[in-house]
Design a protein around this ligand. Structure first.
Ligand SMILES: *[C@@H]1O[C@H](CO)[C@@H](O)[C@H](O)[C@H]1NC(C)=O
Ligand SMILES: *[C@@H]1O[C@H](CO)[C@@H](O)[C@H](O)[C@H]1NC(C)=O
Ligand SMILES: *[C@@H]1O[C@H](CO)[C@@H](O)[C@H](O)[C@H]1NC(C)=O
Ligand SMILES: *[C@@H]1O[C@H](CO)[C@@H](O)[C@H](O)[C@H]1NC(C)=O
Ligand SMILES: *[C@@H]1O[C@H](CO)[C@@H](O)[C@H](O)[C@H]1NC(C)=O
Ligand SMILES: *[C@@H]1O[C@H](CO)[C@@H](O)[C@H](O)[C@H]1NC(C)=O
Ligand SMILES: *[C@@H]1O[C@H](CO)[C@@H](O)[C@H](O)[C@H]1NC(C)=O
Ligand SMILES: *[C@@H]1O[C@H](CO)[C@@H](O)[C@H](O)[C@H]1NC(C)=O
Ligand SMILES: *[C@@H]1O[C@H](CO)[C@@H](O)[C@H](O)[C@H]1NC(C)=O
Ligand SMILES: *[C@@H]1O[C@H](CO)[C@@H](O)[C@H](O)[C@H]1NC(C)=O
Ligand SMILES: *[C@@H]1O[C@H](CO)[C@@H](O)[C@H](O)[C@H]1NC(C)=O
Length: 583
């Protein structure tokens, strides 16, 4: 708490006294800069607007590919989601597996056009199946107008992590990783960015220093060199960033003797898995780097928020290799932060903003930070239905959050959530729901993927083994099964029947979540279950908290109504010392 207060204090001082920051040689800032499910960052600075823009991966989440903007590298506003209409990429609906979907975007502006290059990955398909990798380009002339993003333009590459590059003569190229039909490595081809047409074959530029999965390439042109920066070691504890350079675009690329240039591997740091970096300069010419990181410590057992975006400063002298500041920590000293100057445009939420008793007034779309898993079944979400003004009506999907097999969900699932962005938080909604058919269920979920989530719902079950009498029950389920939090159902006490309930999910400490319910008009909630964070520490994504409704394959069609949506951060842990809880 102390450190955070000091940091905030000095930032306020900086922005209220213009000129002071430039006189300073350094500043303090906190990581992560984009907390929660914001992996694989790609950022760029637009000097005319004095604005930094970052994109991050979204996997199966929709809307997908969030863009955040900042003037001062500290306050980040959601600009919008590149993938915001199902017609842009209909195949997101049929992705299979929690590690499928949108991987590793690269964001660049060139001659007034924004390019967002990424890969739609069908991760369960065989490695040599050419339809496993769908490389795509989105473009817009107006990044602040979400609906101006184009549909996906495909280009052929049997790999992922594609990133655009323009040579001095303006020719456009693409560099991407890990094609299976050719050698693993980082491959280059000339690509028409308007049509996606390949104008050359792919050439392997560099396979890295020998680490696992050489990937996430970005090409930079500086001082007569082409620099190829990549990630290696896999996105787990061995993750690192390495770099090579050449006088010629097609190589040969000579690795930096100082590789890896960024890693927290083989340390006891709280921030682990650092890698998949991008480099950019601020208005004063100072260099910065963003990368992904997981707050799991070397034990790496509990990390529900998954891979987040961190910032660190860098130095890149003329003709020299870039030097990126390690280790990455929760509180860092770097170059003076840019002054915030004029305000950011747009009205999206800040990345670490809570939700204060959100209602769902008639005619208002769902907020831009609300997420579905794959494309939503649109008619299952009704804002302010006639008999429930200021509620969101949720019609049940046949499939529950597990879906068919924990991996696929043909036809879709009724779920809407938001990212967990604080180590400790409280999430609450008012639920008005009276299940009428056996097994139909609605409630709250802590959701990482279909095969890694925890849910507490209201459902209708037989009163006992011998009875056909159906009575309301609370049902608690985890995927996968956890002996530390076995599933159960209990009859809803009479005092909580036929009344609106408040349902709550809370991160009570760094390792555990609680699930509670109580009368919406009462004060006390009863904790019904605890779940260990290991259940939602897996894969490539980060947790969402939200609401769901399902018939569990049965006959139910009853709408669940939710309102008073609240998410409140209650503490950010930024180091392995347990006394370091910052609110
Ligand atoms: C945003 O883009 C859409 C689609 O191109 C366009 O119809 C709309 O007029 C734009 N809105 C603004 C405010 O420019
Ligand atoms: C890319 O394709 C567009 C549309 O066909 C064309 O106008 C443009 O000249 C092409 N660019 C290059 C470099 O071939
Ligand atoms: C790619 O390579 C093949 C076989 O070497 C060659 O026939 C073809 O012309 C090349 N394509 C381009 C666009 O260079
Ligand atoms: C971490 O240690 C392992 C085992 O000694 C080694 O193979 C690996 O290269 C090290 N990674 C880094 C980034 O130093
Ligand atoms: C905790 O992190 C610090 C660096 O932030 C590191 O020096 C220390 O060894 C770590 N301690 C443990 C017990 O992991
Ligand atoms: C990062 O910033 C600090 C504080 O100004 C400075 O001492 C350090 O050399 C910088 N590191 C790099 C790699 O630029
Ligand atoms: C959820 O769906 C899965 C897959 O259809 C099914 O096996 C499971 O029984 C369902 N859960 C409940 C509580 O009905
Ligand atoms: C009800 O069924 C369950 C599961 O089949 C069984 O374990 C339990 O003993 C039964 N209870 C009664 C009261 O029969
Ligand atoms: C975290 O909370 C859980 C559930 O209340 C509890 O069992 C566990 O001991 C707590 N852990 C710590 C370190 O306080
Ligand atoms: C829900 O929000 C309304 C409007 O602000 C408020 O009157 C009501 O008390 C809230 N209910 C709960 C349980 O927070
Ligand atoms: C659904 O309805 C059918 C036909 O009325 C009935 O046979 C079946 O048992 C019902 N299923 C459930 C889960 O109640």
């Amino acid at each position: 708490m102390l450190t955070q207060t000091l940091t905030l204090g000095s930032l306020l001082l900086v922005s209220s006294l213009p000129g002071l920051a430039s006189a300073r040689k350094s500043s303090q800032f906190s990581n992560p800069i984009l907390p929660g499910f914001h992996p694989d960052p790609s950022c760029t600075f637009i000097s005319e607007e004095e604005t930094f823009y970052c994109a991050s991966s979204s996997f199966n989440a929709f809307p997908g590919i969030p863009i955040h903007a900042s003037k001062d590298l500290t306050t980040w506003r959601l600009v919008g989601n590149v993938l915001n209409r199902e017609s842009q990429l209909p195949e997101l609906a049929v992705s299979v597996g929690g590690t499928s979907g949108i991987w590793a975007p690269t964001l660049r502006l060139r001659d007034g056009t924004w390019y967002l290059v990424t890969t739609m990955v069908h991760d369960k398909k065989a490695a040599d199946d050419p339809t496993r990798w769908r490389n795509i380009i989105f473009t817009t002339q107006d990044i602040w107008n979400e609906s101006s993003w184009s549909d996906a333009v495909h280009f052929d590459f049997e790999g992922y992590d594609t990133s655009p590059f323009w040579d001095d003569d303006g020719t456009s190229y693409m560099v991407g990783s890990h094609a299976y039909k050719v050698e693993p490595g980082n491959h280059l081809a000339k690509v028409n960015l308007t049509t996606g047409e390949l104008q050359s074959n792919w050439t392997n530029l560099w396979a890295g220093t020998g680490g696992l999965a050489p990937e996430g390439p970005h090409l930079y042109r500086k001082d007569g060199y082409y620099y190829l920066m990549i990630a290696e070691g896999g996105t787990g504890l061995g993750h690192m960033e390495t770099i090579a350079r050449s006088r010629n675009l097609y190589g040969p690329y000579k690795p930096n003797p100082a590789n890896p240039i960024l890693t927290n591997a083989n340390t006891t740091e709280y921030f682990q898995t650092i890698g998949h970096a991008d480099l950019f300069q601020d208005a004063r010419g100072k260099w910065w780097s963003v990368a992904l990181s997981t707050r799991g410590g070397p034990a790496f057992k509990v990390y529900p928020m998954g891979r987040e975006t961190v910032l660190t400063n860098a130095t890149w002298d003329k003709g020299a290799w870039p030097v990126i500041h390690n280790p990455v920590r929760g509180v860092m000293t770097g170059w003076p932060l840019p002054e915030s100057g004029q305000n950011l445009p747009g009205d999206g939420p800040l990345v670490d903003q809570g939700d204060d008793n959100l209602r769902f007034p008639h005619g208002c779309p769902l907020p831009p930070h609300f997420l579905h898993w794959r494309l939503p079944i649109k008619e299952n979400y009704i804002v302010s239905p006639p008999d429930h003004s200021n509620y969101l009506g949720l019609k049940p999907s046949k499939l529950n959050l597990t879906g068919v097999d924990g991996n696929s969900a043909p036809g879709g699932q009724t779920f809407v959530g938001r990212r967990q962005v604080d180590t400790l938080f409280m999430y609450r909604v008012v639920v008005d729901y009276t299940p009428k058919e056996a097994q139909e269920e609605a409630g709250v979920a802590l959701f990482l993927t279909q095969n890694h989530h925890v849910r507490l719902g209201l459902t209708l079950l037989a009163a006992s083994n011998t009875s056909t009498n159906l009575t309301p029950h609370f049902r608690f389920t985890t995927e996968p099964y956890s002996s530390a939090a076995p599933p159960f159902s209990v009859p809803v006490p009479a005092s909580l029947q036929n009344t609106r309930l408040t349902m709550e999910i809370k991160a009570v400490n760094e390792s555990h979540f609680s699930f509670a319910a109580g009368r919406a008009d009462g004060e006390e909630l009863t904790v019904l279950a605890h779940a260990p964070g290991e259940i939602v520490s897996w894969g490539f994504t980060g947790t969402l908290v939200g609401v769901y409704a399902t018939s569990n394959g049965g006959n139910g069609t009853e709408t669940a109504y939710v309102s008073n949506w609240t998410y409140q951060g209650e503490g950010q842990i930024r180091s392995n010392s347990s006394s370091a809880i910052h609110s």
